[in-house]
Design a protein around this ligand. Structure first.
Ligand SMILES: C[S@@+](CC[C@H](N)C(=O)[O-])C[C@H]1O[C@@H](n2cnc3c(N)ncnc32)[C@H](O)[C@@H]1O
Length: 430
């Protein structure tokens, strides 16, 4: 007898999770994922909806501004961490030596005083940060969210310290010695080369790339030029914009109204603790409103921000301690040439300290030869602006002057960082 096909065995229904419970589990998982990713979602949403200022040339990279703001926020934490480390290291000394030190000097007191000074600096850092947040329309929530996603790597303390130090170079009477070695050749030459336009009120356009904290750009605008400053480090642009906000009509702006201690972050080369801890004040002048009307800051990389512009843009380009920052110095020279009108002027003053991973490192004569090849003719400059660098080269005699110029140079320090900065003026051939 053939067997009949059997029906498939019934599927056994095990007692299991109900549909409602599964749904609740799913919702709970989603909620946990959302909570963990909240900072990311928030910062993404805020980037979409933010109405930060639109800047001519290139857009502001919001995440770079956030990084700089975060660096400013963390000034105190990072400075204190460095000072705590000094305490820990001190405590590693043998007791006998600590006793000697205690009897002859007060190392711990020095650390406490440096901590107090760091607190003062922190107030400046926070003032710059708060202004920056208002300027770029960044809320505490957005900054906090950014910091959460980035953790400890969210800001660069060294860049904060460097940017704050530039308040001395540009806007403090303590930096006068740096400005007086570098500004007069540029400002006088510009006045000589463009005498009439200023008086007739014609707009003579000057570009200052790598403007730092903007004092030279400001002084050019004060002479009557229509000035564009360009700077790509957000640490610098935040401090730059902050200082310009302290103009004469700002009710909270006061001459020398800010105090900070620029030398406490590096403990080498100090002749005394008082010298290391001493304060500097800024701004030594309040920017004038009418001058600010002739000055604007374009953020971004000089080459990328300006290369696409029309050729006949600027009457002059002024570079101060800038051309050696290039990864590719030929790009810089070509850009300077390109943005100038025919007959336009390029005034340069600075060293050749090649920095950020340069593709090529040219000597001065090579820089000049490339500049001539690109289309600049060098002009004679006043002999009072320094020593002739090429007295024996007929074509350059009287055209390239070298003069000792400091950079972030503490006048009381036991170490002096100065350059034989080179000054020249080129004209773009027609
Ligand atoms: C050595 S500092 C000089 C700053 C200012 N000119 C001064 O003399 O105080 C060079 C400046 O150029 C800026 N910089 C470097 N490369 C740049 C680039 N490709 N585009 C715009 N700025 C740049 C740096 O951020 C820095 O502020």
């Amino acid at each position: 007898m053939s067997s009949l096909p059997q029906p498939p065995p019934a599927i056994e229904m095990k007692p299991g999770v109900s549909v409602t419970a599964r749904f609740s589990l799913l919702i709970a998982c989603l909620a946990i994922i959302l909570a963990l990713q909240y900072p990311l979602f928030l910062s993404y949403f805020q980037r979409l909806t933010s109405s930060g200022p639109v800047v001519t040339g290139v857009g502001v990279d919001r995440s770079k501004v956030l990084a700089a703001l975060s660096g400013l926020s963390q000034y105190k934490i990072k400075a204190n961490a460095a000072l705590h480390k000094k305490k820990r290291e001190y405590n590693k000394l043998p007791s006998q030596q600590k006793l000697h030190l205690l009897q002859s000097l007060k190392y711990y007191t020095k650390i406490s005083q440096a901590t107090a000074a760091a607190n003062t600096n922190d107030r400046v850092a926070k003032a710059v940060r708060d202004f920056g947040m208002r300027y770029y329309n960044i809320s505490s929530l957005e900054l906090h969210a950014y910091e959460k996603t980035r953790g400890r790597a969210s800001g660069d303390h060294t860049q904060v310290v460097q940017a704050l130090k530039h308040f001395v170079r540009d806007w403090s009477s303590a930096g006068e010695h740096e400005r007086s070695a570098t500004f007069p050749p540029i400002l006088t030459t510009m006045k000589t080369l463009f005498p009439n336009q200023l008086r007739e009120g014609r707009q003579t356009r000057v570009l200052v790339p790598g403007a730092g904290l903007g004092r030279l750009a400001y002084e050019l605008a004060a002479q009557g030029f229509d000035v564009v400053a360009n700077e790509f480090s957000p640490y610098m642009t935040l401090a730059h914009r902050y200082i310009l906000s302290l103009h004469q009509e700002n009710p909270i702006a006061k001459i020398d109204g800010h105090t900070f201690h620029p030398n406490i972050n590096w403990w080498s080369h100090h002749r005394s603790n008082e010298s290391m801890l001493r304060a500097a004040t800024f701004p030594e002048v309040l920017p004038q409103r009418d001058v600010l009307n002739r000055l604007r800051l374009i953020e971004g990389d000089f080459v990328k921000a300006f290369l696409p512009l029309e050729e006949s843009g600027f009457d002059a380009v002024v570079t101060l301690f800038f051309i050696d920052t290039a990864r590719n110095i030929v790009d810089y020279l070509e850009t300077i040439h390109k943005v100038l009108k025919p007959g336009g002027i390029w005034a340069n003053l600075g060293p050749l300290l090649y920095g950020t991973a340069p593709l090529i490192e040219l000597s001065l004569d090579e820089v000049l030869r490339v500049a001539e090849k690109i289309g600049f003719e060098l002009l004679p400059v006043d002999e009072k602006w320094g020593d002739d660098t090429f007295p024996d080269v007929e074509e350059w005699k009287g055209k390239i002057k070298g003069n000792l110029a400091g950079y972030s140079w503490d006048q009381e320090s036991l170490s002096r960082n100065a350059y034989q900065a080179q000054f020249w003026v080129g004209r773009k051939k027609d």
